[in-house]
Design a protein around this ligand. Sequence first.
Ligand code: ARG
Ligand code: ZN
Length: 863
Amino acid sequence: QPTRLSDYRPPAHLIETLDLALDLRDDWTTVRATLRGRRNPAAGQGAAPIVLDGEAQELVSVTLDGERLGPNEYALEADRLTLPERDGAFELVVESRIRPQDNSALEGLYLSNGMYCTQCEAEGFRRITYFPDRPDVMAVYSVRLEADAARFPVLLSNGNPVEQGEAGAGRRYAVWHDPFPKPSYLFAAVAGDLACVEDRFVTRSGREVALRIYVEHGNEPRTGHAMDSLKRAMRWDEEVFGLEYDLDLFMIVAVSHFNMGAMENKGLNVFNSKLLLADAATATDADLQRVEAVVAHEYFHNWTGNRVTCRDWFQLSLKEGLTVFRDQQFSADMHSHGVKRVGDVRLLRSVQFAEDAGPTAHPVRPDSYIEINNFYTPTVYEKGAEVVRMIHTLLGPAGFRRGMDLYFERHDGQAVTCEDFVAAMEDANGADLSSFRLWYQQAGTPTLEADWSQDLSARSLTLRLRQSVPPTPGQPLKRPMPLPVRAALLGKAGGTVAPERVLLLDGAEASFTFEEVGEPAVPSLLRGFSAPVRLEAAWSEDDLAFLAGADDDPFGRWEALQTLATRSLLRMAEALRAGGAATLDQRIVSAFRASLADARLEPAFKAELLTLPGETLLGQASETWQVDAVHEARELARRTLGEALRDGWRQAYQALAGEEGALDTEAMGRRAFKNAALAYWVAAGDEAAVAAALAQARPDGRMTDVVAALAALSDLERPDAEAALQAFHDRWLDDPLVLDKWFALKATASRPDTLATVEALRRHPRFDRRNPNRVRALIGSFTTGNPVRFHAADGSGYAFLAQEVLALDKLNPQVAARLTQPLVRWRRFDEGRRQRMLEALRRIADEPGLSRDVFEIVSKGLA
Ligand code: ARG
Ligand code: ZN
């Protein structure tokens, strides 16, 4: 049943043009597709049957080369239509009907708040019409949309508008033409009553591009940030990669019901409204930065994804890993390289390392899948971006650019593989990346061990590096992979003793000697997190405390303090579990004190430094995740730091509390720092801190501050804190994106009654299982953002999740499968929890009629 990379065959027929007419009516949508194609010379000689993908639709008629086919002249199965053989060129007209109004899976054509929209990646197009729905079939599309003129005045598709007008009986039509051949997954159509915000961009070669953002009426004021972000992204791609936009029109549509973040359809991006609509009153600074990053990401896909696309879905990281890397570089350039890298690594570790260590581990280029939607994963995206970043590190920025230029020169207009990308990087630089290809093939996070010895009399320091790659499902034995390790030596008395070098560990182990090292030094290793590995370095805690204050690499400095804190917090958890007392290592208090007072640090970076590793990361750092002890230890540490540095937090907070908020990077950074200080000050238990938080939580403040204050208050079981949350709810009840924040705050409170609250909130009048954002806000936040309550020892959280997965699977398998993920990580826990997680998985597995999506996840979880 799985689809395998090794089974790839070129398509038997190519389709050159597709004329698609969608007649949108309340009872049915009729789809008429005219395909002009021919036998693919690369697929073999002689005639072959024409095979089209298609599901969830009613076939009306098939006309091949002018002849209407009778039912015994074709074979219709649940997921495909097989037509007579063709050798040369052919013309095919297929008519079918679909019911978008019943489509709760949100794949293909569906209705979102009364507007028609599409999501075709990966295999949604086959729910719209019969077609070879695979990315290596690229056609030129002409699309005619027709709908009721009053309710759907805006009719959009890819490319350029050609024609529009009255269609009689109160109906309107519009015709669009996209001159760029594209795979079906990049098709999009939208019909609705939408407001349009317009701007323009002049490319560096002087082409004027109209930029249009379409939103529901009333949301126009929330589009400014996305529009500005788009223009910055367009400029950046010209400056850094020499890539210009290629049509006269670029459109973005915001929809409220969307399975993922956003989609890069050619010339017509479709966005989850959560990742587009953002202003200071309704979005946090983190939301604003996320919007900027995703707008850029989807825009960047125009070259890395659309102009050069994937041959098959095993190559997904070809476009996703590369485009994530590009959006990371863009955000770093717009804001701060150090802060961005810390955030990216935090995400990588908390989600991708966890995936790599569990039963759904897979290579960046997977070998097989049951449901491709399950492979839009942190491994394909985030680890994929790390793999591209390592190439960038190995070749340097100029070499990387040469590789990109050659990649486009060779493959513009083609559907290619990850191998083609690596080959372009190699050939443009005369480099040998043969062993580097293992990064695409082997799953699992390598462990990198490092130790060193210094010989003062010989003025040298020798660093020894060793790696091992753990077994993962289906891959018991691994080969060592090339690891670029950026390293420098710092003098214990200050200064850099040996400047940064990129050491390449291209084997199981190697030694590197630094010469002319005349004073005691500490190595700064894996600077900038130059490879996605678990580093086990022989740093003493004094070394770490030293690096936490002295490393000139921002990532290294943050990492040193995180490592020190992780060690101490795990010792505390162990002591608490054994029934003893626990205290936070004094070195951490000192490091926090020094960082808090360090005026040279940028505030956003300070906020990162002063954040303790989260419970999920701490859980992953030990053999067995001791859920309750880890939670208690972290809370105790936060209290300890709150009390020990009480005046520092208060002063830092008060110094910034009155500041007028702007939207620039520095102002955002100061707010992050201020709100970190507020959280510690509240943790110290000061009544004045609670009063400050209550004042800041007033619902008409700027959203960053309100949410931060509510988060600091949400654990306190006291009436004024509860009233603050309620006031927020009442103020924003009719604003879905903000109300989602309230659902998430309720779901992530660590107070003991949270599961009961979450269960009850499923009956809240605004809870709606058909809206993925709402489901993620309430259920997803609870299962991934509240470990101590979700992993309650009695298994109540697991039983709750199983119930939700089953309810959701009937509506939206893709989102249901994602929701299931936390249950498959049962090996990380103690025996009691393991059994209860397995019970929940079995309960899901036993359900008759389970979707392919959820089936794949639970069967891997139970294997
Ligand atoms: N290509 C989109 C992106 O920019 C993701 C779309 C994934 N959609 C899905 N249903 N699997 O990352
Ligand atoms: Zn993407």
